[in-house]
Design a binder for this molecule. Structure first.
Ligand code: NAD
Length: 320
């Protein structure tokens, strides 16, 4: 706790990104002091990240550090924190196949650096952004945290498994409480432009064909970003165990074909489908069992897919 302000202080890596900026909105509204470490990685247009943080900059409780989680010297100079929420990563399955070494470098070495920082500064709470992709193509849905065999099928997914394993080492050796959150396809305002809902909406608005990989029968447990950040905030307070993994999802998977129909309805545009073969690294379905997060975290997703698409579409229409 900061003695002067009596505010808990969170370090949010990746706090200029899609999920991170929503988390910062929530934390500043709940009187947290927040320091963001983000390098404005050019994976997608950094101008969008500048927009994400534009409201945060005027808050006296907010500090932005522009830098890289791989920069050991910079990390060593960071101050004291009550909690680290480690969201910074190279995201995306398909690009990780093209550039596996960089994904390993940022996602694994970067995570190790942040855990080392937690160890040196004795920061006791570490929340980590993992991913549903760790479950690979396991047909045994719904996926549960206790499922024994994680067989990732992309470099990105393997970096997330590695992050969870590193977290276990640090929780065991140094008593750092590590809470790994497996996010399931997150969507909503400010969604990354590379993700399907946003990519499709952009093309549909401009009357361009949308690339649909496979026959449309894939399904995703889409989760509204407001629900995800509610879960992250609960994980920041979690104290039951020193190592815990949770699925954060909606629990109601939606078929790709239905997703497109919802978007058509909200954007009032008929989609032009450009059918493409399935992509390597893509999984046919993601379906979460969220009982553990409901029971131990008090997590409760509140936004249906339909409502979420409506909120996303309203935002998108104002951000062209
Ligand atoms: P995002 O790309 O919008 O946010 C990630 C942020 O990390 C960006 O602002 C980026 O600039 C920053 N970053 C990247 N490399 C960095 C580095 N080397 N040093 C410092 N900062 C760096 O992505 P997002 O969708 O908000 O995802 C946040 C986290 O959640 C990621 O770890 C991602 O893997 C994970 N995740 C996201 C989803 C999803 O559907 N969006 C699903 C599962 C897991």
């Amino acid at each position: 706790m900061s003695e002067i302000k009596n505010q808990p202080h969170a370090l949010v890596t990746g706090g200029a990104g899609f999920i991170g900026s929503h988390l910062v909105d929530l934390l500043l509204g709940k009187d947290w002091e927040v320091t963001v470490l983000d390098n404005f990685d050019p994976f997608y247009d950094p101008i969008l990240k500048r927009e994400n943080i534009s409201q945060h900059l005027s808050s006296p409780s907010y500090t932005l550090i522009e830098g890289d989680i791989r920069d050991q010297e910079l990390i060593d100079q960071l101050g004291e924190f009550d909690v680290i929420v480690h969201l910074a990563a190279k995201a995306g399955v398909r690009p990780s196949i093209l550039n596996p070494t960089e994904y390993q470098d940022v996602n694994v070495k970067g995570t190790q650096n942040m855990l080392e920082f937690a160890r040196k500064r004795q920061i006791k709470q570490f929340v980590f952004a993992s991913s549903s992709s760790v479950y690979g193509i396991s047909p045994n849905v719904p996926w549960r945290e206790a499922d024994a065999v994680l067989q990732p099928i992309s470099p990105y997914a393997s970096t997330k498994v590695s992050g969870e394993l590193l977290g276990h080492v640090y929780s065991h050796l140094y008593g750092i409480r590590f809470v790994g959150l497996r996010f399931f396809t997150v969507f909503g305002p400010r969604q990354r432009p590379d993700l399907a809902i946003h990519k499709f909406a952009e093309k549909m608005i401009h009357k361009q064909p949308i690339p649909v990989f496979g026959d449309g029968s894939t399904r995703r447990d889409y989760t509204f970003v407001g629900d995800i950040v509610q879960g992250i905030e609960k994980a920041m307070h979690f104290e039951d165990n020193n190592y815990q993994i949770f699925n954060l999802a909606n629990g109601n998977p939606v078929y790709l074909t239905d997703m497109i129909h919802f978007l058509e309805e909200e954007l009032n545009v008929k989609a032009i489908i450009d059918r493409q073969p399935e992509q390597p690294g893509d999984v046919p379905q993601t379906v979460a069992d969220i009982h553990l997060a409901e029971k131990l975290l008090g997590y409760k997703p509140e936004t249906s897919f339909k409502e979420g698409v409506k909120k996303f579409s309203e935002w998108k229409k104002c951000h062209q």
